[in-house]
Design a protein around this ligand. Sequence first.
Ligand code: COA
Length: 456
Amino acid sequence: MSPYDKENLSMSTLKDLCDEFEKNNHIDASFYRQFRVKRGLRNADGSGVMAGLTRICNVHGYVISDGEKQPAEGKLQYRGIDLCTLVDSCVKENRFGFEEVAWLLLFGKLPTQGQLERFTRLLAHCRELPEYFVEDMIIKAPSPNIMNKLARSVLALYSYDSNPEDTSLENLMRQSIHLIAQMPSIMVNAYQVKRRHYDKETMYFHPIDLNQSIAESILGALRIDKKFTPEEAHLLDICLMLHAEHGGGNNSTFTARAVSSSGTDTYSAIAAAIGSLKGPRHGGANIKVNEMLGYIKEGVQNWQDDDEIAAFLEKLMKKEAGDRSGLIYGMGHAVYTLSDPRAVILKANAKRLAEQKGLGADFALLDAVERLTPQVLAKVKGIDKTVCANVDLYSGLVYRILDIPTDLFTPLFAIARTPGWCAHRIEELTTGNRIIRPAYRAVLEEQAYVPLSERQ
Ligand code: COA
């Protein structure tokens, strides 16, 4: 057995190994300026380095005037159509929109009535997972974290695909449609197994109803009696629509594009994107907002007192409270400045429904976080940067209104983002045509090779 096998990797051994690492691996922060490194692939004003071209989406958060970045209201367009228009139209016409958005993102134009009906039916028919997949890949290997289970299951789907490597457009489309349809099935199955195995609760697997939209099928699968109201299903559908896509530069989509650019298979690229989305600075922030809300409720006595809330936010930012990361989750964005249109839509829905669900106080606290964070950021970091609420500030509250468990907050983001990831993978493979390969400046000193017998 190797000395580094689990049982032998004691804390003292680990400490020695970490000391060894720390002795040899420091990089001076000033080097980034000295060598003009675009840390985080950002320009000096915080905007992203231009890494490609896309026809899929436009994320607009500021204007450049006289060479300076000026804050602006956020705007998000899928294939040139404003997200708010897409959502408003579905609300007015009282119909589900996620399937339509998936079509729009994949193909580039709104579907006709006939195309939409056929596509919705196709997605419903593809929802079933391959034979014995649930038994062999999900039930036999439960995971406490549904994001990890999603990534693992997507990788495993490779083995059930008779043509996994082919990167022809036709094959990419087939795989994309299957993934969009099957991700919700993986999520609900993985969640049931997690409930049984880790939470010691009853698990239940309802049969698939081909007449349901994706939003309806998720809610039905999560309720023991399969019951939900049309209003609930439409609200979840809106959540799926507004998480579906966010340009090529967001961390998970860029991951999907970078991995795809090597020519690898669809399952490897989408599993990597899921891994990226899980991070607390990206999609995982929605769970962290919920956790942060808990810390605020514990640490603040008077929830109506802005001064007391601001003082607690200051503690969070100074790493004196909360998860000690220094982050106020759900706030700030790499592109948006004055507003994130997705947060605006979610907030309006949360405001409308929170009171009825007994979550009015939680809504008011999140609203206070949104109002007070800019002044706290300015005070603690001395940054005069316009920061707004992002998509993750209110999404968890909306999910709680829908009685959706915390375990599924980020997985729902992943399900919704799958059409976006697939559209970008296809675009990368059909238009990019170059392996994504930035450079790292070496800041190491040369060292002489010393024969093993002479080392001290
Ligand atoms: N809480 C605390 N500090 C924040 C912050 C936040 N919500 N948002 C930005 N900052 C800080 C940054 O850490 C940075 O400080 P530093 O110079 O000491 O490192 C400074 O403000 C400027 O950061 P900025 O350039 O505006 O942010 P970014 O573009 O690098 O990061 C996010 C964008 C979204 C990753 C960042 O705002 C964040 O971590 N937010 C919280 C997590 C979250 O909600 N993520 C979901 C995104 S949709």
